[in-house]
Design a binder for this molecule. Structure first.
Ligand code: PEP
Ligand code: MG
Length: 545
């Protein structure tokens, strides 16, 4: 038995087999092969498998995200079966090339042909062909299935050194009992996504969790951060007991559905939810979230090779707005860059990406990209109560340019006779120290603030949120963070606007008395935290704190 202790980042207890995800380097492949017949058979198997996987991904994406995102994978499945593409690969194999080399070379030829086209749509398909070719090569090398354990006969505990957001979004929650990673941190996007999907997760487990753990039985506790590999009987009994206790607690919490979020002394707090896709709304409704305080819209852009168009985004935002039936839905505009790499944006690598081209900086430097998203958001606002929030604002001029872009879109839609909410509210994410210091000027221009404590902690303490080895230096309870929160709340209230928190700190129950004393108006948390937070709010009295 081996007991590993990391940081619990998404609650839940599970037992299962560990499957270690290896990110194999597919960079170098052998160029030639002697047995062409064997290579042709290998190619056929890999092509069939790729088509099956892509069709299955399309099916799942339709349920999780929507029709237009699913269409992308359907198009990929068609590419993998395209006769001319297949014939080119077969011809290369007959000339003595290995299957892997043939796929890569055929893919590159087709991609270059498309890339040279005058038509922007066809040029965009070059990246799709490369993506499909990459998948076929991975299937030939037998590494794709490990990347996407959805095809397992039974669900597993997925272990890895680290998972990127685009890898995480490709995971099928039905095939995963829990996630265990060597590195990572509670504010990494894998952790955030795991919480949103309700998958138990532990990060920072260290190098003792490695390939040798593959196939071993384990218990994992996403609350305490424990991973027990090859548990003995006594340990199994202890975990079973814990699991039963948690189940009882969750039944008790269910009795709070429909109850108000108000303290013993009558102070109200709005409890909203963080989501990453329309598929997350069912959990929000089940847990009685009173609104969506943060829709991380960048997840519509991750894990794919093209950009989501206006229609696709409109459908996603409309679906969420309608499902929430008049409850507020705050959509944050694209916050890509840094740890959230969207291949489709083609952002160049940077030395210090957290301080570089990310979030609103990308949008302001690419007006067409921003306009597409804003048009989709405003159009969707006719179907519910959508608010728009801008991430990583550091200067007044940035906010003014964002608001000007909104006004342009409103004028366009009016001229086209399209409906939208004329009273749509806008807000600023307070996540840079600069935004805290100029909060009064920002507050004069918008309807609300939401504090992103993940980035605010990172930038205030000069501490990388992605790293698990900074230990005590990473401290969201640091007096500087708390003072920044209080200053932000004061500036907001002085200007007559409301202020919420949507970073991970919002779900930290030990901070609730502090937030109430600052007069924070709203907390936005993963859906699973709504009822525990409601219980804490309802039992709070300022006299006892
Ligand atoms: C934050 O920075 O606190 C936040 C909510 O945004 P994200 O974690 O998506 O950067
Ligand atoms: Mg942030």
């Amino acid at each position: 038995m081996t007991i590993l202790k990391g940081q619990g980042v998404s609650e839940g207890i599970q037992r299962g087999e560990i499957r270690f995800f290896r990110r194999k380097n597919t960079g170098m492949v052998q160029e030639t092969a002697e047995d062409a017949a064997l290579e042709l058979r290998r190619l056929r198997r890999a092509l069939d498998l790729s088509v099956r996987q892509l069709e299955e991904t399309a099916k799942q994406t339709r349920v999780r995200i929507g029709d237009s995102a699913a269409a992308l994978f359907e198009a990929h499945a068609m590419m993998a079966a395209d006769e001319e593409f297949v014939r080119t690969m077969q011809a290369l194999i007959r000339q003595g090339k290995s299957a892997e080399f043939a796929v890569r070379q055929a893919g590159e030829r087709f991609a270059q042909l498309l890339g040279a086209s005058d038509d922007a749509y066809l040029r965009g398909r070059a990246a799709d062909i490369r993506d499909v070719a990459h998948r076929i090569v991975e299937n030939l090398l037998g590494v794709w299935e490990e990347k996407n354990p959805a095809g397992q006969e039974h669900p597993v505990i997925l272990a890895a050194e680290e998972l990127s957001p685009s890898e995480t979004i490709r995971l099928d929650p039905a095939g995963i009992l829990a996630i265990a990673v060597q590195n990572g941190s509670p504010t990494s996007h894998t952790a955030i996504l795991a919480r949103t999907l309700g998958i138990p997760a532990v990060c920072g487990l260290g190098p003792l969790l490695n390939e040798a753990s593959d196939g071993l039985d384990a218990w994992i506790d996403g609350e305490t951060g424990e991973l027990v590999i090859e548990p003995d009987e006594e340990m199994c009994a202890e975990f079973e007991k814990r699991r039963k206790g948690r189940e009882r607690r969750s039944v008790e919490l269910k009795s709070l559905v429909g109850k108000e979020d108000v303290t013993q002394d009558g102070q109200k707090m709005l409890v909203y939810c963080n989501i990453s896709s329309p598929g997350d709304i069912s959990a929000v409704l089940e847990n009685d979230g009173r609104g969506v305080g943060l829709f991380r819209s960048e997840y519509l852009y991750l894990g794919r090779s093209d950009l989501p168009g206006e229609e696709e985004q409109f459908e996603a935002y409309r679906e969420v707005a309608q499902a929430m039936q008049g409850r507020r839905v705050i959509v944050r505009t694209l916050d890509a860059g840094a740890d959230k790499k969207a291949e489709s944006l083609g952002l160049p690598p940077e030395e210090n990406p957290a301080l570089g081209m990310r979030a609103v900086r990308v949008c302001l430097s690419r007006p067409e990209l921003f306009r597409t998203q804003l048009r989709a958001l405003y159009r969707a606002s006719a179907y519910g109560k959508i608010s728009v929030m801008f991430p990583m604002i550091a200067s007044v001029w940035e906010l003014e340019e964002c608001l000007a872009a909104c006004r342009c879109v409103q004028e366009e839609l009016r001229a086209e006779g399209r409906a939208f909410d004329e009273h749509l509210e806008t807000g600023v994410m307070i996540e840079t120290p600069a935004a805290v210091l100029i909060a009064d000027e920002l507050a004069a221009r918008v309807n609300f603030f939401s504090v992103g404590t993940n980035d605010l902690t990172q930038y205030l303490l000069a501490c990388d949120r992605q790293r698990s080895d900074l230990g005590r230096h990473w401290d969201p309870h640091h007096p500087a963070v708390l003072r920044a929160l209080r200053m932000t709340a004061q500036a907001a209230h002085k200007a007559g606007i409301w202020v919420g928190i949507c970073g991970e700190l919002a779900a930290d129950l030990s901070m609730l008395p502090e937030f109430l004393s600052m007069g924070i108006d709203e907390l936005s948390v993963p859906a699973a935290f709504v009822l525990p937070l409601r219980a804490a709010i309802r039992s709070h009295s300022s006299k006892n704190s």
